[in-house]
Design a protein around this ligand. Structure first.
Ligand code: 16G
Ligand code: ZN
Length: 578
């Protein structure tokens, strides 16, 4: 006789304006009923047979028109993840810096971390299961993870400003309802705000108040306190122009502004009122094109900031007195932050080790500056925030940034305790206590859950103000080596495999040897190749002593990739002479 297990399931969820007020009506049902209903529900979200989806570095990302079945299934999966973790999880609907017609979805774990790696396979399997096989696909996950399906589940949901967001949210909620999960739909948020909210909620408020207002208050209070004792400035001007990428970052910066009072004068451009999301603007455009975004009128010396489409990346830039564009990317941000936190740690007298985590894309000058001048240990991780985040946990204070501007700082629990204790220890010299107090405020200002454009921007402003630096002073810490990033279309990008944090190609045979020979021809030459995690291409990175040499090295390596890794289309052409 088969065992009949009764489960509670939610049949009605009424959403109110705050997370606390979700009204839930329960009824009972059997697991087989839930699985059958999941299959039945798929009829409204049919999956096209001919498409394979993959949970990549940042979740699923594709043309929004084909994502409806994926969102429905991620609703089912998020409910399971919540049951497995016995906590609230979150789902963000965004395609970050991609063009507006794209969209995507990623799951966020209870403490605001990216979805645990082992679940990416479950996500991919479920997204690719035929409609009629959804029940068995869910059952496989339940068995593999040993999930107690009778436990309740709860999910936070948010989206960026894409027009495809609302219908995709609906598909996600359909999946959650089928699983009998409670949920809170926060509407439009930045990705890091959602990460913050789920952590606040699961830490029962210890990380902050679990509301959007609470987020602004936490950041603004820390920012204002850190500015309180600032004397008159000669070089630092509290004036900044923000390129909001025509996305959610612009809207949310406006909300933050009222909390900052007059401490910082922010002009928000590319706020979505006329331009298109990420079109000729945003952090990715500025970093890749190495030029200012459309929609900004800037004068030499003015400090400008670009966010990406979901405001988890930030880069700074300015025109120097000759009108030449200068980029202050993730590498410059991490050296600035690591330097300042390092000073505070030594001033506090605490024994804490600070390290910086970069990827192979980090400019060679930044790595040398950190290691040789600042004497800070540097680790290299694979591309993708989750890899950097993981490595940063190895330090008491781990600063991690991708060159593209995605990053944050992690303080270990022990470091946090020591810092807080020192800030309240009356027996300490006042200078030590003050340094510890500033560190506690920096911890509040930093969104430790994930890279956060708004939080990182405020951190940088705080440090520049404290140091009384203009953008030029910051930029002069070290000089970037010229670099070039290219992409090559190949038949199958998995033909390229790498090791050593993507710095060495192990396949196809002969590729790394060819790269080594080419690199040896150039002064300060460095190059690596890796298959993209988000596009069907192989990426080629090169840097060298001059821009012409970096361009030529990148080209020569591209030709090797094309020839050895099954290039398609025309062979790469050499760069045009300037
Ligand atoms: C994703 C990653 C980003 C990485 C990029 C690389 C997250 C949240 N985002 O956007 O960190 O730099 O992929 O793209 O992890 P690629 O594999 O196409 O070069
Ligand atoms: Zn993003």
């Amino acid at each position: 006789m088969s065992k009949v297990i009764l489960y509670f399931r939610v049949v009605q969820v009424s959403l109110c304006s705050t997370w606390r007020q979700v009204r839930i009506v329960y009824s009972t049902c059997r697991m087989s009923d839930i699985l059958a209903e999941a299959v039945k529900g798929a009829a409204a979200h049919p999956r096209p047979e001919d498409i394979q989806f993959a949970y990549g570095t940042a979740g699923f990302r594709d043309k929004s028109t084909i994502l409806d079945p994926v969102l429905y299934r991620m609703g089912l999966l998020a409910a399971l993840r919540s049951k497995a973790k016995k906590a609230t999880v979150a789902v963000m609907i965004t395609a970050s810096h991609n063009p507006e017609p794209d969209n995507g979805v990623k799951l966020v774990d209870p403490m605001g971390e990216m979805l645990e790696g082992s679940w990416e396979k479950h996500a991919t399997d479920l997204a690719n299961a035929k409609d009629e096989d959804i029940g068995s696909a869910l059952q496989r996950i339940i068995d593999a993870v040993d999930i107690d399906i009778s436990l309740p589940s709860d999910v936070f949901v948010a989206r960026d400003t894409r027009p495809s967001g609302p219908p995709l949210t609906q598909a996600l909620l359909d999946g959650l309802k089928v699983m009998g999960s409670t949920f809170t739909d926060f509407g439009i948020l930045t990705t890091p705000q959602l990460h913050y909210l789920v952590r606040c909620h699961n830490s029962k408020g210890a990380y902050g108040e679990p509301t959007e207002e609470g987020y602004y208050k936490k950041l603004a209070q820390a920012f204002l306190k850190l500015r309180k004792d600032a004397g008159a400035k000669k070089k630092y001007e509290p004036v900044v122009i923000i390129d909001g990428a025509n996305g959610v970052g612009a809207l949310k910066t406006r909300k933050l502004q009222s909390h900052l009072h007059e401490s910082l004068r922010i002009t928000v451009c590319n706020d979505g009122s006329s331009g298109k999301l990420n079109e000729k603007c945003g952090a990715d455009f500025v970093k890749v094109q190495q030029k200012p975004p459309a929609g900004l009128e800037i004068l030499p010396g003015q400090r400008c900031v670009s966010f990406d489409g979901d405001a988890d990346r930030v880069v700074f830039f300015y025109l120097n007195k000759d009108g030449v564009f200068n980029l202050l990317d993730g590498d410059k941000i991490s050296t600035l932050i690591a330097g300042y936190l390092g000073e505070l740690v030594s001033a506090s007298g605490l024994q804490l080790n600070i390290g910086v985590v970069q990827t192979a894309y980090a400019n060679g000058s930044s790595t040398r500056y950190l290691e040789d001048v600042m004497k800070v240990p540097v680790s290299c991780a694979k591309t993708g925030v989750k890899h950097l985040h993981h490595k940063a946990l190895e330090f008491d204070v781990g600063v991690y940034f991708e060159a593209n501007g995605h990053g944050t700082v992690l303080f270990s629990d022990q470091a946090e305790q020591k810092i807080k204790a020192a800030s309240q220890d009356d027996s300490l010299e006042s200078s030590k206590r003050e340094a510890a107090t500033r560190l506690t405020l920096m911890m509040d200002l930093i969104n430790q859950t994930v890279g956060d454009a708004i939080s990182d921007f405020l951190v940088v402003e705080t440090i520049l103000s404290t140091r009384d630096w203009a953008a030029d002073d910051w930029n002069m810490q070290y000089r970037d080596l010229p670099s070039r990033l290219l992409k090559i279309k190949v038949k199958d990008r998995t033909a390229v495999q790498t090791t050593d944090a993507e710095r060495c190609a192990t396949a196809p045979a002969g590729l790394q040897e060819a790269i080594n020979k080419l690199v040896a021809k150039y002064q300060q030459g460095r190059s690596f190749v890796r298959p993209s995690g988000t596009e069907d291409v192989v990426r080629v990175f090169a840097e060298a002593d001059t821009q012409a040499n970096a361009d030529m090295l990148a080209h020569e390596v591209s030709v090797q990739v094309y020839q050895l890794a099954g290039g398609v289309g025309d062979q790469p052409q050499p760069p045009c002479a300037p």
